[in-house]
Design a binder for this molecule. Structure first.
Ligand code: KIV
Ligand code: NA
Length: 274
C-alpha cells in the first residue's frame, strides 16, 4: 500500500473514507498493525496505564514517549506515526513544547498530539508554523483527570458543548491538522467534524460522525481487565458471542477493526455512542 502522508490522509477523509487509528507502543505490534493496514499509529501516553501499570497518564515522561516512539518507528513502514506529548512537556510555553516536539520527531514521530483547547492554540500555531504537524485532543483529556473529576463524558450540557465547539475552532484556526475527540456526545462530535473539514476528527467514544476512529490496542484485543467503557469493542469476539466461544487471532482482530471502521460498522451509535 502507498505510504501514508498528511495529504493522503486528507484526501481519504475528503472522499469520506473513514480513517483508522490504533495505539501502539512496541515493534511487534507496529508490524501487526502494518499488516492490518491501519492508517495511523498513535504512541499514546495511555502506555502509562496499559504498559507501565499506572492509574493515570500523569507519571509518563518525555523520555518514556521517545523510547516507545523509537521502537514503533523502527518497525513501521507505511502507517502515519503520531506521538502524545506527555503531561508537563508542553503546557508552560510554546518554546517548551517545541523542544519536546523535537525530541519526539527525532525519535521518529511524524505528528505530535497535545491535550487541551483554547489555551494551547498559541502553542499549536507556534509548532505548525515551524513544520510540526499537530493533532489536538478535546473532550475527556486524561492528563486533566483530577481537574475534570474523573473519567466521564464531556460536553453534555449546552454551555460545556459551546466551550468545546469554541476550543475546536481555536485549534483549527491555529493549524491543527487532526483532532481527537474523546467521550463526547455523538451529535457534538458530528457538528465539530462538519464545521472544520480541514481538521480531521478522530473519535473515541464520540459516535460514528467523526472522520476516523481510535481505540487503545489492549482494549480492542480484549486484554484490559476491570470495567470496560461502553465505547470499547473486543474485536477478538464475534459481536454477541458467548465468552467461551473461540475467538479471532490478534492479526484477524486487527483486520476486523479496520474492515468494520471502513465499512461504518464500528462504532455502532446505539451500542457505543453517547
Ligand atoms: O493515549 C491514548 O491512548 C490516547 C487515545 C485514547 C486517543 O490519547
Ligand atoms: Na493520550
Amino acid at each position: 500500500r502507498p505510504v501514508t502522508s498528511l495529504p493522503r490522509l486528507r484526501e481519504m477523509a475528503a472522499r469520506g473514507e473513514k480513517l483508522t487509528m490504533v495505539t501502539c507502543y512496541d515493534a511487534t505490534f507496529a508490524q501487526l498493525l502494518e499488516e492490518a493496514s491501519v492508517d495511523t499509529l498513535l504512541v499514546g501516553d495511555s502506555l502509562g496505564n496499559v504498559v507501565q501499570g499506572e492509574s493515570s497518564t500523569l507519571p509518563v515522561t518525555l523520555a518514556h514517549m521517545a523510547y516507545h516512539t523509537a521502537a514503533v518507528a523502527r518497525a513501521k513502514r507505511n502507517a502515519w506515526l503520531i506521538t502524545d506529548m506527555p503531561f508537563g512537556s508542553y503546557e508552560a510555553s510554546p518554546q517548551l513544547a517545541m523542544a519536546s516536539a523535537v525530541t519526539l520527531m527525532q525519535a521518529g514521530a511524524q505528528m505530535i498530539k497535545l491535550e487541551g483547547g483554547g489555551v494551547t492554540a498559541e502553542t499549536v500555531r507556534f509548532l505548525t508554523e515551524r513544520g510540526i504537524p499537530v493533532c489536538g485532543h478535546l473532550g475527556l483529556t486524561p492528563q486533566r483527570v483530577h481537574a475534570l473529576g474523573g473519567f466521564r463524558i464531556q460536553g453534555r450540557e449546552e454551555a460545556a458543548a459551546a466551550l468545546l465547539r469554541a476550543d475546536a475552532a481555536a485549534l483549527a484556526d491555529a493549524g491543527a491538522a487532526m483532532l481527537v475527540l474523546e467521550l463526547v456526545p455523538s451529535v457534538l462530535a458530528r457538528q465539530i467534524t462538519e464545521a472544520h473539514p480541514q481538521m480531521m476528527t478522530i473519535g473515541i467514544g464520540a459516535g460514528a460522525g467523526t472522520a476516523g476512529q481510535v481505540l487503545v490496542l489492549h482494549d480492542l484485543l480484549g486484554l484490559t481487565r476491570g470495567r470496560r467503557p461502553r465505547f470499547v469493542r473486543d474485536f477478538t469476539r464475534e459481536p454477541g458471542s458467548e465468552g467461551d466461544a473461540p475467538g479471532l487471532s490478534v492479526a484477524q482482530a486487527l483486520r476486523r477493526y479496520v474492515v468494520d471502521v471502513k465499512a461504518g460498522l464500528f462504532p455502532d451509535e446505539t451500542l457505543h455512542g453517547y
